[in-house]
Design a protein around this ligand. Structure first.
Ligand code: ADP
Ligand code: MG
Length: 349
């Protein structure tokens, strides 16, 4: 069990900086997701925590002990790349026990540990099976067992379900989370899939271009995104943005577009000259005849209980999530009303 802390963690490869000075603490027992698009520095960060890559600058602390220069094998952390890689010539028990055999543990003790691990994973009945005979799910469980058997302080998982089809991924996600709840070891889970991160993690760090843009509970990140990048990356369809030249004074309760005035949460500071964007999630929009923003319905996508309706306005194309029962006609002129308490304001970079 371990708390993981990184301080001013930076990594450059020649001229290119892949990780630009990260600071965060992962509390003991947390399921922590690192989320961001391909190339944002997730794997590099994870490899530094594991000890597979030396930071250019900064520190890594495990339970307050500085391990920055400690080699990977001394850190007592399991790095899980991909859950499928198993040794084909060994049976399940031998696969799971292999790391302990390498450590030189006595056979009796290995047997004990393998049994315990298999029990946690609910695969005791498979211990003498050949791995080639296993289903995909059981192969994943065995691979996970091999990572767990040393009882590491923490698990680092780098897109472990990346190669699986959608349905199976979903199943393995809930199994991984369930397993985490039963063994309680700190887990750092890297993914580019916002739904995986949102559904599994206690806390999420959203990364972009080598920087952590926001860390928080899934709901905080969804409801109060710290930047346009986060707002755009989380949510499907993403948040709508309406750009405008600010001219805002602290205390203002409305913002003006060229032809509209929209109620917003109170403005906290003067933004006299900034370029701003108003952010509104599709589910916080509804049709209302007298609403200030008007446009023409462009399309509607049926999703069962809801539909995504796109409307072309003077501020661009806006997506609204409406009940499927709402009557919508393509080409119709409509007014869009925003739930003002759920609006977000962003500085445009
Ligand atoms: P992610 O896992 O988020 O997709 P990575 O951490 O793998 O991102 O990579 C971040 C950036 O660093 C990428 O632009 C990648 O090309 C670069 N990078 C990663 N490893 C190396 C390396 N060994 N040498 C040079 N560039 C690297
Ligand atoms: Mg990666």
């Amino acid at each position: 069990m371990a708390q993981i802390r990184v301080e001013n963690l930076r990594k450059s490869f020649d001229q290119f900086t892949a990780v630009q000075g990260s600071n965060f603490t992962i509390e003991d027992g947390t399921f922590f997701a690192m989320l961001g698009p391909s190339g944002c520095g997730k794997t590099t960060t994870l490899r530094m925590i594991a000890g597979l890559e030396l930071p250019t600058e900064g520190k890594i602390l495990l339970d307050n002990e500085d391990v920055t220069f400690q080699r990977a094998s001394a850190r007592d952390i399991a790095f899980v790349f991909q859950l499928f890689a198993l040794y084909p010539h060994m049976n399940v028990a031998e696969n799971i026990g292999f790391p302990l055999k390498c450590q030189g543990m006595a056979r009796r003790d290995i047997y004990q540990r393998v049994q315990e691990t298999a029990k946690l994973l609910r695969i005791e009945h498979l211990l003498s099976s050949k791995t080639s005979k296993l289903s995909g799910g059981d192969r994943q469980r065995v691979a996970l067992g091999r990572a767990m058997v040393r009882r590491p302080k923490a698990f680092l998982m780098d897109e472990p379900l990346g190669a699986l089809d959608a349905e199976f991924r979903h199943l393995m996600c809930s199994e991984l989370r369930d397993l985490h709840d039963r063994i309680g070891a700190t887990t750092v889970y890297v993914t580019h899939d916002q739904l995986e991160a949102m559904s599994m993690a206690d806390r999420i760090a959203v990364m972009n271009q080598g920087r952590v843009e926001q860390i928080g509970l899934p709901q905080e990140i969804y409801d109060r995104p710290a930047s346009m990048f986060v707002a755009d990356f989380i949510g499907s369809p993403p948040m709508n943005f309406l750009r405008f030249d600010a001219g805002l004074r602290s205390g203002d309760r409305t913002i003006s577009f060229h032809d509209t005035s929209i109620a917003v949460p109170e403005i906290r500071e003067d933004r006299a000259s900034a370029r701003m964007a108003l952010g509104v999630r599709p589910e916080h929009i509804r049709f209302a005849d007298a609403a200030p923003v008007r446009g023409e319905v462009f399309g509607a996508e049926y999703l069962g209980t809801t539909q995504i309706v796109t409307v072309d306005t003077a501020h661009g194309r806006i997506a609204a999530r409406l009940p499927s029962s709402a009557p919508v006609r393509i080409g119709e002129r409509v007014g869009l009303e925003f739930r003002s308490e759920r609006l977000a304001l962003f500085d445009v970079a």
